[in-house]
Ligand binder design. Structure first.
Ligand code: UD1
Length: 373
């Protein structure tokens, strides 16, 4: 039996790739998206959306728009969200409204329109600092870097006795440590959906995405991920600005793998009720990613600039333990970092009019509010 899948926030880069994968298995796709100018500029329907995906332009906080978008739908992937961590710290009501209230509006609409599967996009940001082990190899709870740590360039997480900790792959069992409005609102989204699913017997899966990258990521959005920011700078002949000492580690996962995990979560029989990491199974330092991207883009002559500056609330290391994803979804990442970066470079070559100044304006905004150092 074929399905009709509603993807909220589906005009973004993850939604676009998911839409294509859903269509390839002969299901129908409807996208509800407000085409926010920070992500989409003022261009209307993005060219990269598959022609067969129906686009309804509307806000996830608008009950009428959501109810209309649900007509004929039997599966929902909820991606709609504001996604800038730094920006969430001053656009507090906007982030809470879109992410938390928007999810609530969707769930109220689903009360009258039960679906057979709901998948919600959560984020690695809910972990705060990734899992750390102490000198004896046991997990250390609630590791946090303070402003004083960062100001004294003490980048690595340490325990109360000042001993440096070892960062390891983070499993879903690590307790949340919500250190930004964005993280809090993502946690709201996953909890609201799972609570709703358990109460009303709607099979619901929450996916915690790690650092997704790939074609169609909004280069002009200054609050987008580091890879898009670095790419935008390199294409403008400017050096990537690396925060801290650049040795912080992240899990960069190709958007194809993220979309595929969503697809699997739409039908995996044992996944409902679970929260599941979606990452690449690899980790890289920000320095390494800056150099690899420069090389792949043919901009080796541009040396990334290690600034020693920092963003308050940034975590040092976080990369995914994918055991549960493999067990419950059968998920195995298929795109290596080299393949993913090469693909990204190919797409980037066709991109023009990237505005790197916006990133500087965004950094200045954080700085003016005392959110950087
Ligand atoms: C955060 C969120 C994540 C969200 C993502 C995109 C956390 C822990 N995670 O990830 O859920 O999906 O933002 O909004 O809050 N960096 C530089 N130079 C730059 C920009 C970034 O060195 O110009 C560094 C940062 O200091 C950081 C790393 O690159 O160490 C990754 O930053 P970013 O891409 O913003 O994502 P996260 O903070 O990992």
């Amino acid at each position: 039996m074929s399905h009709t899948v509603l993807i909220t926030g589906g005009a973004g880069f993850i939604g676009a790739h998911l839409a294509r994968q859903v269509l390839e298995q002969d299901d129908r796709v409807r996208i509800l998206d407000n085409l926010h100018p920070q992500v989409h500029g003022v261009h209307g329907r993005p060219d990269y959306l598959p022609a067969d995906a129906e686009l309804v332009v509307g806000d996830v906080r608008d009950p009428d728009a959501v109810r209309k978008a649900l007509v004929g739908v039997d599966r929902v992937v909820h991606l709609a969200a504001r996604v800038g961590v730094g920006q969430s710290m001053y656009e507090i009501s906007e982030y809470t409204s879109v992410n938390t209230v928007g999810t609530s509006v969707l769930l109220e609409a689903l009360l009258d329109h039960p679906v057979e599967r709901l998948v919600v996009a959560s984020s690695m940001s809910v972990y705060g600092e990734g899992l750390c082990l102490g000198p004896s190899g046991t997990p250390v709870p609630a590791v946090e870097r303070t402003r004083a740590d960062l100001e004294s360039r003490r980048w690595e997480p340490h325990d109360a006795a000042g001993r440096q900790l070892t960062s390891v792959a983070t499993p879903e069992t690590k307790p949340p440590a919500l250190s930004s409005v964005y993280a809090l609102s993502k946690y709201d989204q996953e909890r609201l959906c799972l609570l709703f699913g358990a109460t009303y017997q709607v099979p619901t899966v929450a996916l915690r995405f790690f650092n997704a990258y790939g074609p169609f990521q909004a280069l002009s959005n200054p609050y987008t991920g580091v890879l898009a920011i670095f790419a935008a700078r390199l294409l403008n002949g400017r050096a990537p600005m690396v925060f801290e000492d650049g040795e912080q580690r992240r899990d960069f996962v190709s958007v194809h793998d993220v979309a595929h995990a969503c697809l699997l979560a739409l039908s995996a029989p044992d996944a409902p009720g679970a929260v599941i990491n979606v990452g690449s199974g690899e980790s890289s330092t920000v320095n390494a990613i800056a150099h690899r991207l420069a090389r792949i883009l043919g901009r080796d002559a541009i040396t990334p600039q290690v600034t020693g500056r920092f963003r308050l609330g940034d975590i040092r290391h976080c990369f995914a333990d994918l055991s549960l994803a493999e067990h419950l979804l059968g998920f195995r990442p298929a795109v290596s970092l080299d393949q993913g970066l090469t693909e990204l470079a190919g797409w980037l070559e066709g991109q023009v009019a990237v505005d790197a100044d916006k990133v500087e304006a965004a950094t200045a905004e954080l700085s003016a509010r005392g959110l950087t150092g």
